[in-house]
Design a protein around this ligand. Sequence first.
Ligand SMILES: [Zn+2]
Length: 243
Amino acid sequence: MIKQIALLLVFACGPLAAQQTVVLAIGGHAGDMEVSAGAALARASRVGAKVVLLHLTLGENGHPRKSAADYASQKRAEAIAAAAALGAEARFGTWTDASLRPGKETEEFVAQVISDVKATHIVTHWKHSIHPDHEAAYVIANHAALLAAVGGWKGVRSIVYAENWEDPEAFQPYLYVDTSDDMEAWRRSVQCYEFLRGGVSAFPYLQFYEGLSMVRGAQARKKHATAFDIDPMGKRRVLPIWP
Ligand SMILES: [Zn+2]
């Protein structure tokens, strides 16, 4: 508790005092950001940040027994409940599953959301994925941040990439967030989705991401952690002397 209060005071008294931290998570499908980054988003919300999840599509095509229209309605309701469990707000794009592409329409839409919510931090998919919607979300999010800046919102301070089982190629865990106290909120959130509870996909989402949080936690010397990558250019360090 004291640690949380101290952290809040840092937020209140430090350079962030003038601008509230707003984390915008941009996912290709409803559920992507919750499973991969949800624990870290819950932590951000818990220490005072505003957290918004933007689902560019509902990911409505994957159900073996339900129509896309029925599953879309279900996933929208699941996404709203999953966001609430993280202390976050859910927003939605208008695109259909498997049809998300970079371009003026998608990028201007996301730029408007970035400006509207006054995003200071963005998390989205890594650049390489087995799913084209995820790769599209990466491009759209980066172009949209630039468009938002050109349009007047220059408050985005970082863009990081979540660790997703479908986006593994060349992903390197670089930043680690201690999520030891946030796994319960994460479980409550992701279990709002039927695809997490089984019967929709054979992939063991809950076990994979719970196990991954323990692997990343061990690497970070914590019980649980969520890892993110950043753009390679951001890893360049310039030193005044020989290291
Ligand atoms: Zn997805």
